[in-house]
Design a protein around this ligand. Structure first.
Ligand SMILES: Cc1cc2nc3c(=O)[nH]c(=O)nc-3n(C[C@H](O)[C@H](O)[C@H](O)COP(=O)(O)OP(=O)(O)OC[C@H]3O[C@@H](n4cnc5c(N)ncnc54)[C@H](O)[C@@H]3O)c2cc1C
Length: 400
């Protein structure tokens, strides 16, 4: 069986790895050039961590964990209010977890498949025809090829989804917030903390990347505009939205890169009645984006890819495999989407009284006694049945 995977991110590379393991031939096409840099930090735990352990890549990830020992919520003068400490985080998550740069995980996944899987960088699928017995894919490079199956692993704004299922607005659930981020120089003698500062309708988050002298500045803001903001307009939009904001905001904004694109997107979930149609299926954000506030996007992308490969290997036919894959993963994703929908309302309050309430609640619940409550919202353990007979590799308990 030959499977075309459109998108070589977390979901696509994980799927390629496991298809190869099961004796199925994957071909990955990735729009971007080889070896992407930059990016943002992720909390990595739950099923995705379990999948990474089964792939044997945790030992490669662990040395690159972000130097973050606490999550602090500060006032305009930088004075700490609530603090989520490492021991409390351990109690909330109750399992192995790592804070990483997204590119670190992608790099480790790429290393795990390179040489073993055909990957075409700088390429993409532009048209799809399901003939019933095969999928014909047209590529931007001008060629057409037949595959047994096509899997769209091309992220939240999936082109595969658009080609095979319909336009994005049919499946998009906008959560009323936008995000943007970029790296800045550490002019602040930064410690080992991720720091959040909030004003009504807007929040700035700063954390170290682990590369000497480099921090990430992340901007979250309420907005009713759901469209894409052209790259040239992003610095101006950030300056106008965050103008007059306290704490380090003016100095961070002054570093917004003028000559490089700023990553900016809406916080939008993808909700679909079905994750497959004919010989085409979707995986990861393409079918089940939960947004960054779930802190489970990479985890569910890897979980979905693992389960999809397993079901394709188990079933002789793609119909049974796709159906079972969706049954096993979609409820997990829906549960985390509901959590994220609730959490976003309190993460960036729209009003001053909302902000005061947020601050009081944060101070109250960031204690050991409330760990079970926090776990209900943010916790995640692997939903995969234990793996037998092969031993699991490299799981680091309570590590960071
Ligand atoms: C700021 C931020 C913070 C986050 N924090 C966390 C966190 O703490 N924990 C967590 O688990 N998740 C987090 N997430 C979410 C997580 O990054 C995503 O859920 C995850 O990356 C989804 O993986 P994916 O492979 O489905 O999609 P992506 O990672 O988006 O990968 C899609 C790939 O497809 C490629 N592609 C796109 N279009 C095409 C095309 N037309 N043709 C070919 N290739 C294409 C892209 O270049 C990319 O390589 C965060 C996200 C953001 C933005």
């Amino acid at each position: 069986m030959r499977v075309l995977i459109n998108g070589g991110g977390v979901a696509g590379l994980t799927l390629a790895f496991w298809l190869r393991r099961h004796g199925i031939e994957p071909v990955v096409v990735e729009r971007a050039a080889h070896g992407r840099l930059g990016g943002y930090g992720i909390d990595f735990f739950g099923t995705g961590y379990d999948v990474a352990a089964r792939m044997g890549i945790v030992d490669r990830l662990a040395p690159h964990r972000l130097p973050v020992d606490s999550v602090d919520f500060v006032d305009a003068a930088g004075r700490p209010g609530a603090r989520l400490t490492a021991p409390l985080l351990d109690k909330v998550i109750q399992g192995p977890h790592l804070a990483l740069m997204h590119t670190t995980l992608e790099g480790a996944l790429l290393d795990a498949v390179e040489g073993d899987v055909e990957i075409r960088f700088g390429e993409t699928v532009t048209a799809v025809r399901d003939t019933g017995s095969a999928v014909e894919a047209e590529f931007a490079g001008g060629t057409t090829e037949r595959f047994d199956l096509l899997v769209g692993a091309d992220g939240i704004h999936s082109r595969t989804r658009e080609l095979a299922f319909g336009p994005e607005p049919e499946f998009a659930r906008y959560l009323g917030c936008r995000l943007a981020c970029f790296p800045v120089a550490d002019r602040y003698d930064w410690g080992r903390a991720r720091v959040h500062y909030t004003e009504p309708g807007r929040q700035v988050v700063v954390y170290p990347t682990g590369r000497t002298g480099e921090l990430i500045a992340l901007f979250l803001f309420r907005s009713s505009h759901t469209g894409n903001v052209p790259r040239a307009e992003r610095p101006g939009l950030l300056r106008s939205t965050f103008g007059g904001m306290g704490w380090l905001t003016p100095s961070l904004l002054a570093e917004a890169p003028a000559d490089e694109p700023i990553f900016m997107d809406t916080m939008t979930q993808i909700v679909m009645p079905a994750w497959h149609r004919g010989r085409v299926a979707l995986v990861g954000d393409a079918c089940g984006c939960m947004t960054m506030v779930s802190a489970q996007g990479v985890s569910m992308a890897m979980a979905g890819a693992y389960v999809l490969a397993e079901e394709l290997a188990r079933h002789g036919d793609h119909v049974g495999a796709f159906t079972r894959y969706q049954e096993r993963v979609r409820a997990e994703v829906a549960h985390r989407q509901r959590n994220a929908q609730m959490f976003i309302r309190t993460l960036v309050p729209g009003t001053r009284p909302g902000l005061v309430a947020q601050s009081l609640i944060q101070r109250l619940i960031m204690r050991e006694a409330f760990a079970p409550l926090l776990r209900r919202q943010f916790g995640a353990s692997s939903f995969l049945p234990p793996q037998n007979p092969e031993p699991r590799q490299g799981v680091i308990h309570g590590d960071r």
